[in-house]
Design a binder for this molecule. Structure first.
Ligand code: PBG
Length: 333
């Protein structure tokens, strides 16, 4: 006997999941190599590849090897590489003057990459923590981070990086007013086309631990970064910071860390429609890699799923240590 009412279930979402072809047709988001910025750690010397213990698969590379890595990334279709220097402790000073030395490690690496792999975009880190012994992103007087004096130093760093040929500057320092100061200095120096990707919503996070190991800052940090990085409890503040940085001349904005802050990514994208990036930071990489190496999760699937989540959250791209790995997987189809 036929039922009088339409039979349940009245809708069958499983129809659009039935085959790979139909799933592909109805898929809402895609991850491509165009979405990737690859953060790399650089060190002095030549022919050196020094593994970072807390980030399996990641190494500090000397400039000659980072040029090779950039060439490999470009061949894989990765649009940008982001440089983080491991500074010789002998070069770390209270005034951080190595930060704007035109011949410092980061500036030499920028020049070498732009000379040999001109098509890859080179992004930099604008912050003072690699250049002092206390590990803070700003200048410190009597234990207090000095906002405005730090900006003067960051502006000198900005101009040295732009002179070296950087395409995208990444201020990760979280001082107030640095975007406006950097933008007007760039305009004044004729670097009007150098882009700024502001670390606009950067949280005081436990997930940066392995990074500090990679840049040789583990154990060095006196206190914490809570007076300049955001409180993980805050969300509206992120929107105010993004609005401020865009108004001061940022071209693109970033949310950092990534996976625990996907709600912030979505709010930022919806509110501003600006190019929005997330940084899947060292601790996020270490969690996935560590679990995979223990056989507790499928590393490749977890990598792909974590990166797709950023696309679903509205991001235009992701800074991720997985960049070459995921590019190889995407290429293999
Ligand atoms: C510091 C900086 C940090 C990261 C990028 N730039 C660490 C910090 O703020 O203490 C972290 C990146 C990562 O964990 O992958 N300017």
């Amino acid at each position: 006997m036929q039922p009088i009412f339409a039979p349940y279930p009245q809708s069958r979402f499983r129809r659009t999941r039935r085959t790979g072809a139909i799933r592909a047709l109805t898929r809402e988001n895609t991850l491509t190599t165009d979405d990737l910025i690859w953060p790399v750690f650089i060190r002095d010397g030549s022919g050196l590849r020094e593994p970072v213990a807390s980030m399996p698969g990641v190494a500090r590379l000397s400039v000659d090897l980072v040029v090779e890595a950039a060439a490999e990334a470009a061949a894989l279709g990765i649009p940008a590489i982001c440089l983080f220097p491991y500074t010789d402790p002998a070069l770390k000073t209270a005034d951080c003057r190595e930060a704007w030395n035109p011949e410092n490690l980061a500036n030499r690496a920028i020049r070498a990459i732009k000379a040999q792999v001109p098509d890859i975009a080179v992004m930099t880190d604008v912050a003072l923590d690699p250049y002092n012994a206390h590990g803070h992103d700003g200048l410190v007087v009597d234990g207090v981070i000095q906002n405005d004096e730090t900006i003067e130093a960051l502006v000198k760093m900005t101009l040295a990086q732009a002179d070296a040929g950087a395409d995208i500057l990444g201020p990760s320092d979280m001082m107030d007013g640095r975007i406006g100061a950097m933008r007007s200095a760039l305009e004044g120096a004729g670097h009007k086309d150098v882009a700024i990707l502001s670390y606009a919503a950067k949280y005081a996070s436990a997930f940066y631990g392995p990074f500090r190991d990679a840049v040789g800052a583990t154990g060095a940090l006196k206190g914490d970064k809570k007076t300049y990085q955001m409180d993980p409890a805050n969300s509206d503040e992120a929107l105010r910071l993004v609005a401020r940085d865009l108004a001061e001349g940022a071209d693109m904005v970033m949310v950092k860390p990534g996976m625990p802050y996907l709600d912030i990514c979505r709010r930022v994208k919806d509110a501003f429609g600006a190019p929005t990036f997330a940084y899947q930071v060292s601790g996020e990489y270490a969690m996935i890699k560590g679990a995979a190496l223990n056989g507790w999760i499928d590393g490749e699937r977890a990598m792909l799923e974590s990166l797709m989540a950023f696309k679903r959250a509205g991001c235009d791209g992701i800074l991720t240590y997985f960049a070459p790995d995921v590019a190889r997987v995407l290429r293999a189809g």
